[in-house]
Write a protein that binds this ligand. Structure first.
Ligand SMILES: Cc1cc2nc3c(=O)[nH]c(=O)nc-3n(C[C@H](O)[C@H](O)[C@H](O)COP(=O)(O)OP(=O)(O)OC[C@H]3O[C@@H](n4cnc5c(N)ncnc54)[C@H](O)[C@@H]3O)c2cc1C
Length: 485
């Protein structure tokens, strides 16, 4: 192996997916400049060694793992290079997080157009997975708000990509789960906000069909919509839950709106509901998970939701509405040692009620019930490896236990079959279970062929890999045998 250069030190260690259910041993390097990132990638290409890319590591499973190979951690490239307060655009390095971006933007009346459920996500990771928010049905995916990316390919080319220049790469690298190059820089468009708060309305849904009907009824004019389902409700109540609608406020509508644009006013207080210290929450969740108490927690949440739905709408900060879990320290420790996975089927609108009903019945029959279920509305987007459909997604979060791990994976694969038969899709930031035959069924042979042709063009030796990519059969010449660093 040739000398990777004096400044590059790959350090071998265990790396985990965010859910901590999937792990790998990788040689990791965290560059602190664009030059050292480029040097590290060039070294991998020169040595013919497979390398995976990682932002904040918020993808649940194996998207950022490369067992036995190298891992380039890009979280250190975290500078906002330019923020245009007039246009609401930001030119950023890829390791800038959604949290950094909104903190910089909100005092000027801007908010990222698309945010996920955690602000720890980096912009590079957001683009590579083409993340979605609770407003996807209205504004599309993250990539639709990216003006341009600078892509460094394993061949060493630095390509400026947008909708005109290298448009095919732009539409494939966004959502291309880090397989087509390293995003060195990107420019994103934000959206105007006139208040630091949103008006939130709660609605109760007595079953699955009602939940879906509420999403349909509100999607024409709501800024954000997100549904919660009680996974333990059965029979006539199957799929019952709550829908939260949030709307931006017009100028002057919120008397305290401008003051609430101060970044520090967005943070959630240290006690939830003014009473429970946030540090107590994860042990409480741990107890519920271990004792099988999630059924009771769900019933209590639904009952509280019925009361909330009878009350008038209330004001909530953007930070609290989007990122409440980020303010609960260490909450995922409640799921250790097994960790957690998410199964998130995206299903076209016409088939959604039938497919989701079948999934809920199947998971209940198996006695493996998700501890959390979240329903969202989506629309199609123009990206090659899209996970979006004109329909819905139902995120099903499962605690992983040693005794039931294999049965859980089998259950998810069986459920995936129902989704694929209905023309559904999956989202690789969350997926832990799909096998290689699912990849062409999700995207179609034509899209897969175009994606692999682009990969052969920019990464002919197949240097960019990950455990996810190998699981899906997306590999190049060094396929399946990443050399040790
Ligand atoms: C609590 C929680 C809630 C979430 N909620 C949502 C949600 O509501 N909506 C949603 O869409 N997602 C959601 N996610 C998933 C998360 O937004 C995605 O996994 C996102 O990709 C994570 O960004 P990251 O910076 O951690 O990237 P990583 O997970 O580190 O990497 C993601 C992918 O990007 C690639 N990559 C990273 N950096 C680069 C780069 N510079 N150039 C090229 N490729 C790169 C990696 O190889 C990998 O394939 C959630 C995750 C968590 C933990």
């Amino acid at each position: 192996m040739s000398d990777p250069g004096p400044s590059i030190r790959w350090q071998e260690r265990e790396v985990r997916g965010w859910g901590e259910a999937v792990r790998a041993r990788c040689a990791v390097y965290r560059p602190d400049s664009r030059e050292s990132a480029a040097e590290a990638l060039a070294g991998c290409a020169r040595d013919g060694v497979a390398v995976a890319l990682r932002g904040a590591g918020c993808s649940y499973a194996d998207a950022t793992l490369n067992d036995g190979g190298r891992l380039l951690d890009l979280s250190g490239l975290d500078r906002i290079l330019e923020f245009d307060q007039e246009r609401g655009t930001a030119r950023c390095e890829p390791g800038v997080t959604i949290g950094q971006l909104w903190r910089r933007a909100i005092p000027h009346g801007w908010w990222p157009a698309v945010v996920p459920g955690t602000m720890a996500t980096t912009l590079g990771g957001a683009a590579a997975m083409n993340i979605h928010g609770k407003n996807q049905y209205a504004v599309g995916t993250f990539g639709e708000h990216v003006e341009r990316i600078t892509l460094l390919t394993p061949r060493g080319e630095v390509l400026e990509c947008d909708r005109q220049r290298h448009g095919d790469l732009f539409h494939a690298a966004i959502g291309g789960f880090g397989m087509l190059g390293l995003i060195l820089e990107l420019t994103v468009r934000l959206k105007r906000v006139h208040s630091g708060r949103l008006r939130v309305t709660a609605l109760a849904a007595h079953d699955l069909e009602h939940n879906l009907a509420l999403l349909e009824a509100h999607r024409g004019d709501a800024d954000y919509l997100v549904g919660w389902l009680d996974g333990h409700a059965r029979g006539a109540a199957l799929g019952r839950g709550l829908l939260h609608r949030a709307d931006q406020l017009a100028p002057g509508e919120d008397p305290a709106g401008e003051a609430m644009l101060a970044a520090e006013r967005q943070d959630v207080p240290s006690r939830l509901f003014g009473v429970v210290p946030k540090a107590w929450i994860w042990p409480m969740v741990w107890l519920a998970v271990k004792s099988g108490g999630i059924r009771a927690v769900n019933a209590a949440k639904f009952a509280a939701g019925l009361r909330e739905a009878r009350r008038p709408p209330y004001l909530q900060t953007h930070g609290a509405f989007h990122f409440l879990l980020d303010y609960v320290p260490g909450w995922k420790r409640a799921f250790l040692p097994g960790g957690l996975i998410q199964f998130q089927p995206f299903v076209p609108a016409a088939a959604a009620a039938r497919v989701y009903r079948a999934l809920l019945e199947r998971t209940q029959r198996e006695g493996l019930v998700p501890y959390l279920l979240v329903l969202k509305r989506h629309r199609a987007d123009p990206f090659l490896m899209t996970h979006s459909v004109d329909g819905y997604s139902l995120a099903m979060d499962y605690a992983v236990r040693g005794a039931t791990r294999e049965r859980l994976w089998r259950l998810c694969r069986d459920m995936a079959e129902l989704v694929l038969e209905a023309g559904g899709r999956f989202y690789y930031a969350k997926d832990a279970v799909l096998a290689a035959d699912a990849f062409p069924r999700v995207h179609g042979a034509d899209a897969v062929g175009r994606f692999l042709a682009l990969k052969a063009r920019v990464d002919p030796a197949g240097i960019l890999q990950s455990d996810l990519a190998r699981r899906l059969g997306v590999t190049g010449r060094v396929a399946g045998s990443p050399a040790r660093a």
